[in-house]
Design a protein around this ligand. Structure first.
Ligand SMILES: Nc1ncnc2c1ncn2[C@@H]1O[C@H](COP(=O)(O)OS(=O)(=O)O)[C@@H](OP(=O)(O)O)[C@H]1O
Length: 320
């Protein structure tokens, strides 16, 4: 039974919704395929409840570290890196490291896709400080408590062509699209993709980071891939736990880089045969390379994306 009068829903602020009204509110949103449009972005409908609850209830701590990404830009990789950097003093023996037996998405949970999607108000008191969480929400839609706190945000983005190709394979694999490759591409170009428009997602963090460089660190998949150790050092400094010269001498940065690499993580049994929240872990590891898009996009498709992103990022300083 509907608990929300449709004429009322247009005026209702989401913050005022009670949990039994979420379903009706979500049904009132514009949809296409598996996605619903909310405040200018396209969210997988099955995660909308998590998005609304997170925005309404999450209280950031100044010591929190939030890892934010659009999907398919290397989230799994960065989760492994941040976890390994922050917890390195507890896991000096790499042969017993939690990453060997846990997928990174278990060690660094999603606020929107998992914690707040499962429960209106999850119990976060068991997470030790500094709490490390992740989410796919764009900056503009983060809860006010995050924007007003001193918590640190690490953001990762990736060449849109590789991001799109990775997204396509992932959606196909997990059965979250009925569209063809070409249809999915056209929608991506129109801004209709998971947590898209992709350019608005990237710009939401990029623009904010220009003013708040002490609070928001933006990283690019390609630069992380090219010089992992340089960027691991940069991340540790940003998080306020720089590697000591002793740690450097002992080779700890290289060790973490190797531990989190595609080759290493993708060959672990937990990532070959395990599942996380009903999803096969192997679906998170495909090629892990820069430039794989050349094998999938036609020259016309490539040119179309070049033109879109040239226009969207013009004058922003963002490069791919
Ligand atoms: N360790 C490591 N190093 C480099 N690249 C890696 C790593 N782990 C995963 N990947 C590649 O990242 C792509 C998956 O993106 P996400 O992890 O963001 O996916 S998700 O949003 O969490 O579903 C996907 O990219 P593609 O291979 O291009 O599809 C993964 O293969």
């Amino acid at each position: 039974m509907s608990t929300l009068d449709p004429s009322f829903s247009q005026h209702l602020q989401e913050d005022e919704l009670t949990p039994d009204q979420y379903g009706d509110f979500i049904s009132s949103l514009p949809t296409t395929g598996f996605l619903s449009q909310y405040r200018g972005f396209w969210f997988p409908t099955k995660f909308m409840q998590g998005v609304l609850s997170l925005r309404k209830h999450f209280q950031a701590h100044d010591t929190d570290i939030l890892m934010m990404t659009p999907p398919k830009v290397g989230t799994t990789w960065l989760k492994a890196i941040l976890f390994a950097i922050l917890n390195r003093k507890h896991h000096l023996d790499l042969q017993k490291h939690p990453l060997l037996t846990n997928n990174p998405h278990i060690l660094v949970p999603y606020l929107d896709l998992h914690l707040y999607n499962k429960k209106e108000v999850p119990d976060l008191t068991t997470y030790p400080s500094p709490r490390l969480f992740s989410a796919h929400l764009p900056y503009t839609l983060l809860p006010t408590s995050v924007k007003n706190s001193k918590c640190k945000i690490v953001y990762l983005y990736r060449n849109p062509k590789d991001t799109f190709v990775s997204l396509w394979h992932f959606l196909e694999k997990i059965g979250m699209t009925t569209d063809s490759f070409e249809e999915t591409f056209d929608k991506f170009c129109q801004g209709v993709s998971n947590f898209g428009p992709y350019w608005d997602h990237v710009l939401s963090y990029w623009n904010e980071s220009l003013e708040k460089s002490q609070r928001i660190l933006c990283l690019r998949y390609e630069e992380l891939k090219e010089q992992p150790t340089t960027h691991l050092k940069r991340i540790a400094e940003f998080l306020g736990c720089p590697f000591s010269s002793e740690e450097e001498t002992k080779g700890m940065i290289n060790d973490i880089s190797r531990l989190c690499s595609f080759d290493y993580l993708s060959k672990l049994e937990v990532n070959k045969s395990g599942t996380t929240h009903n999803m096969k872990n192997e679906s998170l590891f495909r090629r892990g390379e820069v430039g794989d898009w050349v094998n999938y996009l036609t020259p016309q498709m490539s040119e179309k994306l070049d033109n879109i992103f040239k226009e969207k990022f013009h004058g922003t300083g963002l490069k791919f």
